[in-house]
Write a protein of this length. Structure first.
Length: 333
């Protein structure tokens, strides 16, 4: 049975290799769909851009499949985030026998170093759009190195994409500025938004650290509960690749609302707004701003309604007391 499976995989690999030989396009394989989308914007129709971790999957916990071996085997270029994001991928590449060139596209990024582990850094550098300019430059260099004859096309697409990235970056800054400074506190499932917070001015608090491999502990829950209480946090956020059960319970226990679903380690389905990198960053920002500003407004409205209700109650009680006094005076006289 096992021998049959490997025989089938061999023939699939052979057919795929033959098909590739007939196709002049570069076969560019990214570890996750976020980077595949970046590559598509810079490579355009000159490349076939694919990715390993399925949409909605968790790259921190991913376990490669036999079909991934085929993808890696047939790739011309493999794009990795690095910074310990894809701890499983080196073994996959080694076992595939691929001749693809491997590129780490965070080269040159100002990484956030881990305060707990030496030689470790937060891998989520793309959550700062200004960092993605570096990602784009690195992808461009990889494409040109393997397809120099189309350098002019890649350069034009790069410049167009970086213009869109710059517009996105500026837009995020303007939107975050709408949130009152004291309310710029973001509680999420895991610590994927530190670069976002550093760039756009939010304080980050997460249930888990930068990786989802760790188990949620009682101390994690106690810490988040304490922050919600001390900072009077009105809203917390779930993430698309992480089970929201614990955060939903925390929201219920603290009588706060879930502000919406954020995307960090994976894009959404292609037909949805967050199905591209720029769309994902725009979606996240819109959800965060709407939730934090709306809750501020809602609390003001609730407080005003409560104060108005109390005022009418006091007037009603006062009227009853005055009426009672008038009746007593009449009876006595």
């Amino acid at each position: 049975m096992i021998q049959n499976i490997y025989t089938q995989l061999f023939f699939i690999a052979l057919l795929s290799t033959n098909a590739q030989a007939q196709d002049e396009k570069l076969n560019v394989l990214s570890s996750a769909n976020i980077f595949a989308d970046m590559a598509s914007n810079i490579g355009g129709d000159l490349i076939d851009s694919d990715f390993i971790v399925p949409t909605g999957g968790d790259p921190h916990l991913y376990e490669p499949t036999p079909s991934d071996v085929i993808k890696v085997k047939n790739a011309n270029i493999i794009l990795l985030n690095g910074l310990t994001f894809e701890g499983w991928i080196n073994e996959l590449i080694e076992n595939s026998g691929t001749k693809a060139k491997v590129y780490t596209i965070t080269k040159g990024v100002n990484a956030i170093k881990s305060s707990e582990y030496e030689n470790s850094a937060d891998p989520h550098a793309w959550m700062d759009v200004s960092n993605t300019m570096t990602y784009a430059d690195n992808i461009y260099s990889a494409l040109v190195e393997n397809d120099a004859k189309n350098e002019a096309v890649y350069k034009s697409l790069l410049e167009s994409y970086k213009k869109k990235l710059n517009e996105c970056d500026t837009s995020i800054e303007a939107k975050i500025a709408q949130i009152p400074t004291e309310k710029r506190i973001l509680i999420t499932s895991h610590d994927a938004f530190s670069y976002y917070g550093r760039r756009y001015g939010l304080q980050l608090e997460a249930l888990l650290g930068i990786s989802t491999e760790a188990e949620i502990t009682t101390s994690d829950i106690i810490r988040v509960n304490r922050i919600i209480e001390e900072k009077a946090i009105p809203t917390i956020f779930v993430e698309s690749t992480i089970n929201p059960k614990v955060l939903n319970q925390i929201a219920k226990d603290n009588d706060v609302v879930i502000g919406g679903e954020l995307f960090a380690d994976s894009l959404d389905d292609p037909e949805n707004e967050a199905g591209t990198y720029i769309g994902m960053m725009t979606h996240n920002t819109d959800v965060i701003v709407k939730a934090l500003t709306a809750n501020q407004s809602d609390r003001n409205t609730i407080n005003e309604d409560k104060n108005n209700s109390n005022l009418w109650l006091y007037l009603f009680i006062g009227t009853l007391l005055i009426g009672g006094l008038v009746l007593m005076i009449k009876k006595l006289s």
